[in-house]
Design a protein around this ligand. Structure first.
Ligand SMILES: Nc1ncnc2c1ncn2[C@@H]1O[C@H](COP(=O)(O)OP(=O)(O)O)[C@@H](O)[C@H]1O
Ligand SMILES: [Mg+2]
Length: 354
């Protein structure tokens, strides 16, 4: 046998030992595959097959656990619980106390405490834009200008647009995803709209004359929405239709990649389920530095962010304005960003240090 053959067989034996188990005083202990559970409400993100394949390359199985079934799970065999696939959180009643109760229980039951990412405290503080965006604006972050209307406030859309001077605006619930219940409004001397009330994201006109306002579709929809939930009103940022939205993705505490999200022709929602297209983008060093600074601020507020997405709209001068931070259940565009393995390794790093 040549020296080279000998080296090869030694490395093969070493590889087998590493793959099968650790050599201990008792002999070879078989290492069990690790298991990562994703908490879900209805369906997980579309990237689940990619995520499963990435974890499989690291000897890890992925399990989808519905919040409603969480009591039946034997948590002792799970290495990590992730909240990232918690889609449709905005439709779930009592979500925060239910997540908190579940996390407290699984942490208490698992030996050494089951790690949960991102930490469950974020569900209370990082899901509702009304919780974190005003604080970020106060801290000096350039947030898209926003008027906040708490649920049940008796204010008209007309009054807000008069006061701000905005001719075109977006109205949206502060706890939402995929533009849920968002609508556009444009002020017009002579309203000509015939909005389709069944459209996902209607575009209404609001008459300039105050006596015509009350019966308008825009005002009616605004009243319905503010009766139901807290909403934000923002100027419509034109650039969404030409330059789209830019998302900065962070994994394991570091900048990973940026994604340009376009909107459909004649659309304004940057989401693939409404005709948008997501593509990797080489962000400029200045924009990456901007996002990193914001991410550091978020990390100082929220314990250990293992992943984060920062969504921005371009300002007319080319600078960035913050639209929202996705800290709990974001799509991370891992395939587009070539980041599937980085993501899997980062999550497993959390499981290993628990
Ligand atoms: N002020 C705005 N100007 C232009 N487009 C907007 C504005 N606010 C939201 N949008 C569009 O609506 C989409 C959804 O809004 P967003 O604030 O991201 O809420 P969420 O994703 O939580 O529903 C954005 O991706 C963007 O396409
Ligand atoms: Mg969004």
């Amino acid at each position: 046998m040549s020296a080279q053959d000998g080296a090869t067989s030694v490395s093969v034996v070493a590889a087998v030992i590493i793959a099968v188990g650790r050599l201990t005083a008792e002999g070879i202990r078989v290492t069990r595959r690790r298991r990562i559970a994703y908490l879900c409400l209805t369906v997980p993100h579309d990237d689940l097959p990619d995520v499963e394949a990435a974890f499989a390359r690291h000897d890890t199985d992925v399990e989808i656990v519905k919040l409603a079934d969480a009591d039946q799970i034997n948590w002792s065999g799970i290495d990590l619980l992730s909240l990232r696939m918690l889609r449709y959180f905005h439709l779930e009643p009592d979500l925060i106390p239910r997540i908190d109760a579940l996390c407290a229980r699984v942490r208490a039951n698992a030996p050494g405490g089951l790690p949960v990412v991102n930490p469950p405290g974020l569900v209370a503080r990082g899901l509702d834009k009304f919780d974190y965006l005003p604080r970020l604006a106060e801290a000096g972050v350039p947030v898209v200008p926003t008027e906040w209307v708490s649920r049940g406030t008796p204010v008209t859309l007309h009054a807000i647009l008069e006061r701000t001077g905005w001719r075109r605006a977006v109205v949206k619930p502060t706890l939402s995803a995929r533009g849920w219940n968002a609508f556009r409004v444009t002020r017009a001397e002579t309203p000509t709209d015939d909005p389709d009330p069944t459209a996902d994201h209607p575009h209404f006109t609001l008459p300039d004359a105050s006596d015509a306002v009350a019966g308008s579709n825009a005002e009616r929809r605004f009243a319905e929405l503010t009766a139901m939930t807290t909403v934000s009103v923002q100027p419509f940022v034109d650039e969404i239709t030409t330059r789209g939205e830019t998302s900065f993705v962070f994994i394991g505490g570091r900048y990973s990649h940026a994604i340009a999200k376009s909107v459909a022709e004649n659309g304004w929602i940057a989401h693939e389920s409404f005709g948008g297209v997501n593509k990797r983008l080489e962000a400029t060093p200045a924009h990456i530095a901007w996002a990193e600074e914001l991410h550091s601020l978020l990390c100082s507020w929220f314990e250990q962010l293992r992943y984060a997405r920062i969504d921005t709209l371009p300002a007319p001068d080319g600078s960035l304005q913050l639209l929202e931070c996705e800290l709990v259940a974001p799509r991370l565009f891992l395939r587009e960003g070539g980041a599937l393995d980085r993501y899997a390794r980062s999550m497993l790093g959390v499981a290993a240090t628990a």
